[in-house]
Design a binder for this molecule. Structure first.
Ligand code: FBP
Length: 552
């Protein structure tokens, strides 16, 4: 494998981690815990892993000798920068406990476990991937681990390889599956531990205990660099309106963080749209008003950020999407639907919707109507990354402007469309993510050594220098509640949406009116790895504001 100059330089970077992890640690247990909601249901579904205490590691005087242990690791779901460093941290952590410990990677996500596809990760392999982006070391996949048959198939290979612990690196859905697996293996007295690690660029796997998911930092910095570059082009040419859709699935964390980093003219926050009960027309009118206002001030250009999950938060669309989900969630309907061709599928859906949803569905451009009924992912989610909201909005803004009896205004409206998602998911991790991921992996090794199962590795105090970070473990059941998914009510980790009373949103809300009229673009430039600490190691603005820091 050939390495780029940057990869060679980054291979020599030693990730920073909590200084306490540099020596022996002991696990201190807190109080018994409860799930965030639906306590009784979650407890009855997870009788063996419910209520466990939060674990905090503290330095210990004596190191307890540990036997060599075999551990398995899975990368699950969408790629996020830093995944390789979680594996490197886990590997180094295990080797520090016993030099003969071994790490096996299951290939292509959870399917690798079920189908017994694996490789041993030796130091030669690990060294090639340190501080690199991507998940290519063992690849990822979106298969769902939820049936006992799958758990048993996994158990077979784990026993065969004498694996005593499995680390699942994934988002909310994958960690939910980690919890199901932990519960099942504990119930069956297999002695196999399951530990999760919080991954997702979306930033929605966070809560009172997990400060951020890895990958969010790097992805937002990459997108902000690109947005900044477009802003500069936009401010130079002064002739385009850029509609930029940003990945992030349901939550608008990425859009909000990028707005804080780049100060666009407008950034839609889905959670606010939902709170205000805004419909599509309200959003379109707000954009059209802005286009007109800036035109009247001599500015025929602008930048608009759109979170990819927006339409799921527009109340009318929410009802429409949930009707479609419920409809296709019935196996008989899905079977009939799958036999139809594209146009027949649209009429089939149209005929089964409530009158209000049918009317909305009929009013949509054919491309968007078709995108709304594309196959759901294996967790029953609409694949929002496939819906071209940025085009839908700009088309409707044009129609709105056309009704304003000002041909020159209409002529001056020249939209361009962008979607930033895949550009950031495999970027080389920022220093923050390189450090955070390595620390998470190392922490996972300590949770394994402490005999824990059903826990997520946690690294906290992350706006302080990495040496002061704290390490521990959070029972996964503590983050769970019951939610409706395509086959009914299910236990899942509660997704963190943007909090409208939280510091990141409030800071944005205080500044956004200025950004509309004046052109206050910020150009963050590329991720920096060397140089002053404030450029290299600084975490996201979201994380800083959430932890009580203020903007300069
Ligand atoms: P995870 O939740 O698995 O981390 O995936 C994040 C994400 O990048 C979303 O932002 C996006 O909507 C989705 O994955 C795209 O899915 P796919 O990788 O299957 O195209």
């Amino acid at each position: 494998m050939k390495e780029s100059a940057l990869e060679k330089a980054r291979a020599n970077y030693s990730p920073k981690m909590p200084s306490m992890l540099g020596g022996p640690v002991e696990a201190v247990e807190g109080e018994k815990t409860q799930s965030v909601a639906n306590n009784e249901e979650i407890q009855s579904l997870f009788p063996n892993t419910y209520g466990m205490p939060v674990v905090k590691f503290i330095p210990s005087q004596a190191s307890k000798p540990m036997p060599a242990i075999n551990v398995g690791v899975i990368l699950s779901g969408g790629q996020a920068p830093g995944g390789h460093n979680v594996i490197a941290g886990l590997f180094d952590g295990l080797k520090s406990l016993h030099a003969d410990s071994r790490l096996y990677g299951f290939l292509g996500g959870p399917r690798g476990l079920i189908e017994h596809n694996y490789t041993e990760l030796t130091s030669d392999i690990i060294d090639k991937y340190r501080n690199t982006g991507g998940f290519d070391i063992i690849r990822s996949g979106r298969d769902k681990l939820e049936h006992e048959k799958q758990f048993d198939a996994g158990l077979e290979i784990l026993n065969q390889l004498n694996i005593k612990a499995l680390v699942i690196i994934g988002g909310d859905d994958s960690n939910t599956n980690a919890c199901l697996l932990a519960e099942y293996y504990k119930k069956k007295n297999t002695g196999i531990q399951v530990i999760g690690c919080p991954k997702t660029i979306d930033g929605d796997l966070k809560n009172a205990q997990i400060e951020t998911s890895f990958g969010f930092d790097t992805a937002c910095k990459v997108y902000s660099e690109l947005i900044g570059n477009i802003e500069r082009d936009c401010n130079s040419a002064r002739k385009y309106w850029h509609f930029i859709k940003l990945m992030g699935r349901s939550a608008s964390h990425i859009a909000l963080e990028c707005a804080l980093q780049t100060q666009p003219n407008l950034c839609i926050i889905s959670e606010e749209v939902q709170r205000n009960n805004s419909n599509l027309d309200n959003i379109v009118t707000e954009i059209a008003d802005l286009v007109e206002e800036r035109y009247n001030a001599g500015n025929r250009f602008g930048i608009i950020l759109i979170p990819e999950g927006l339409i799921e938060f527009i109340p009318d669309f929410k009802v429409l999407i949930s009707e479609i989900n419920k409809l296709l969630g019935v196996p008989a309907n899905a079977e009939q639907f799958n036999k139809l061709d594209k146009s027949e599928r649209m009429s089939y859906i149209q005929g089964k919707l409530s009158p209000k949803s049918a009317q909305l569905y009929a009013s949509l451009p054919a491309s968007v109507a078709a995108q709304l009924i594309l196959e759901r992912d294996s967790h029953g989610n609409v694949q929002v990354s496939l819906i071209e909201t940025e085009k839908l909005l700009s088309d409707l803004v044009r129609t709105n402007l056309a009704e304003r009896n000002n041909p020159k205004l209409l002529e001056a409206f020249a939209p361009l469309h962008h979607f930033f998602g895949y550009e950031g998911r495999c970027a080389a991790p920022s220093n923050f993510d390189a450090n955070y991921c390595y620390s998470l992996g190392y922490t996972a090794s300590r949770l394994i050594a402490a005999g824990k199962t059903g826990y997520m590795a946690s690294v906290t105090n992350t706006t302080a220098p990495a040496s002061e970070w704290e390490a521990g473990g959070i029972p996964i059941t503590m983050m769970m509640n019951m939610e409706y998914r395509n086959e009914g009510s299910k236990p899942v980790i509660r997704k963190a949406l943007v909090e409208l009373d939280g510091a990141p949103f409030l800071t944005f809300a205080k500044r956004r009116e200025d950004w509309k009229k004046s052109t206050s673009y910020l150009y963050p430039g590329p991720i920096q790895y060397f140089g002053p600490a404030e450029l290299c190691d600084r975490p996201t603005i979201t994380l800083c504001l959430e932890q009580g820091k203020t903007l300069d």
